[in-house]
Design a protein around this ligand. Sequence first.
Ligand code: PHE
Length: 354
Amino acid sequence: MKERIESLKKEFEQKLSQVRELQNLEDLRLSFMSKKGAIQDLMKELSRIPNEQKKEAGAMINSFKQEVTARFEEKKEELNRAAEKLLIESTESYDESMPSDLLCGSYHPITLVQRELEDIFESMGFDVEDYKEIVTDFECFEAVNIPKFHPARDMQDTYYISAKNQLLKSHTSAAQNAILRKYGDRLKKEGRPIRAVFPGRCFRNEAIDASHENTFFQMEGVMVDKDISISNLIYFMKTMLSEVFGREVTVRLRPGFFPFVEPGFELDIQCLNCGGSGCPTCKNSGWLELCPCGMIHPNVLKLGGINTDEDLFEYTGFAFGLGLTRLAMMKYGVSDIRVFNEGDLSALCQFVSK
Ligand code: PHE
């Protein structure tokens, strides 16, 4: 048995050294390890030898089998490495001279800000919703109290699609009606307040410059329940903004007009740069305009199926429209909005480590 194994070992090593491809390696493996292979033949022989030699012979066969298995694995590794090397050498598109910091992928700064906000709102019990980019005139305007020919439409001129009264949404408020309808039943049956945020890409017909883009991002939020007041709005905004900026922020409300909120406000935060004393960042006013918001107009709640004519104020709520793009500019100190859409990697890759 010993001689038999020794000669098989030699034969195996000799054949192994000639193998150049994975398929041949597999053939060799089968010729040794399969049911009809050489090792199985040894096992058959084992049954025929005298009992007192069986133990020793069995151990020899076993260690031979382990050795063969290990050598196969080694060879397989070796062949795989060689194949990989060949592939790399033959690939022309790989550019070694490319600066290494551009080779790593990174999230877009707006995605980073969006995810951070989603986490914060989720921790305050808000559902995060997605919405369409192509919406109907009803969703974008009529459902949020902007009837046809209302002057507020001028500020939100967008891109119209001739089919079926559709357009590229000019603000995330276009999803308000769908959200109110989606969660309205739950509110009425289970008494669970509607708390939802919905981030999204928005479009407007703008002349592009350092602070205007035709494509930008907002994050809309709504909360509806019995007895929701402006205090709730202030509390949520203040908590969220303190988290975003990593320190306590001071906020103030100024009157602002939007047809879908009444009263409507512009929410400002005290300038984080100068602490309110006035500097170039806040144009010496001490305040930064951050987020339009207000109490949801009764018409919007009615059109969303929340209240009826019998009691237009049974449920109340607030809404806000955070400019995600603007927030990203403030957070990362970006002074030109065009950076976000240009796809210039040397600019966008800088946000990886922040
Ligand atoms: N949709 C408004 C805009 O884009 C912002 C807004 C949202 C204002 C919610 C009030 C409440 O201008």
